[in-house]
Write a new protein. Structure first.
Length: 274
């Protein structure tokens, strides 16, 4: 028996896709710049600890960029506000390892092209509504701050496999806390002679050129790692003025790459480097 066009497998698949219920696992795209748009996605999965993962998805050409949690000297920090949400709290962006970039003499930490920033949320109850306002920098030849506001229902009744894969891939790029029993570096000191941090090596698997130092203070930016004169450490030169009150006991987070992926490690700075 011949099948009519309406009975062909392709047509039946299209019909089923059009008539099946649409999962609320993504907001509509919002155009924020010429050639760039953003939206929120969700895998609609709640973990046993009461947390869930959503994502800020940025669709932009490869010559566009946005910024890491520590944006650098000229970058615009990303801000996420969830006031007005119901049933959710504690939004925390999980930042994938960035690219270090120097442009026009300024050092920044950036993401280029299509980017997905995972966001961890705590959920109270079986469903919730996320209302999120975003302020971030999106840059091509000119860098501008852009704003968007989203409303995303979180139902958890039907997980979205495609969005979960996207979120898992993005989460795999986020630096993990250092798992070793021993610290990956020796005592971190501030070397006034070179106006920078001295970071001695301990773990040979760390890529020295990948080390990024940040303090949580956006005005304190450290440059690319340089080999120390004695070759037993790297120097992370401070770009700009030194910290008021000195560096003793100032916590510094070091983010770095190894053959097993990216990691982060926080340690207070000693009074002076040897």
């Amino acid at each position: 028996m011949l099948l009519s066009p309406m009975h062909s497998p392709l047509v039946l698949a299209v019909v089923l896709a059009l008539t099946s219920p649409v999962l609320a696992a993504a907001t509509p795209w919002q155009d924020v710049a010429l050639g760039a748009r953003i939206r929120l996605i969700s895998g609609d999965v709640i973990k046993p600890d009461g947390t869930t993962l959503v994502g800020l998805q940025i669709d932009m050409p490869d010559n566009f960029k946005t910024y890491w949690r520590s944006p650098g000297e000229s970058g615009i920090p990303t801000e996420l506000n969830i006031d007005g949400s119901s049933g959710v709290s504690g939004a925390e962006i999980q930042w994938p390892y960035p690219t270090t970039e120097i442009s026009n003499g300024f050092l920044d930490y950036v993401y280029r092209g299509p980017t997905l920033l995972p966001v961890s949320l705590r959920v109270a109850g079986g469903s919730a509504t996320l209302v999120a306002s975003v302020l971030m920098g999106v840059c091509s030849e000119v860098c501008v701050p852009v704003r968007a506001k989203f409303t995303l229902p979180l139902a958890f009744a039907a997980p979205d496999a495609a969005q979960n894969i996207r979120l898992a891939q993005a989460l795999a790029l986020v630096p993990l806390p250092w798992p070793g029993a021993e610290a990956p570096f020796g005592t971190i000191g501030f070397d006034a002679a070179v106006n920078g941090l001295r970071v001695p090596f301990v773990d040979p698997e760390i890529d020295p050129a990948s080390i990024i130092a940040s303090t949580g203070d956006p005005t304190q930016v450290f440059g690319a790692p340089q080999k120390s004169p004695d070759t037993r450490a790297v120097i992370l030169p401070l770009r700009g003025t030194t910290k008021a009150g000195g560096w003793k006991d100032q916590p510094v987070q070091l983010t770095f790459m190894t053959a097993k992926g990216s990691f982060k490690f926080t340690e207070p700075v000693s009074l002076a480097a040897p």
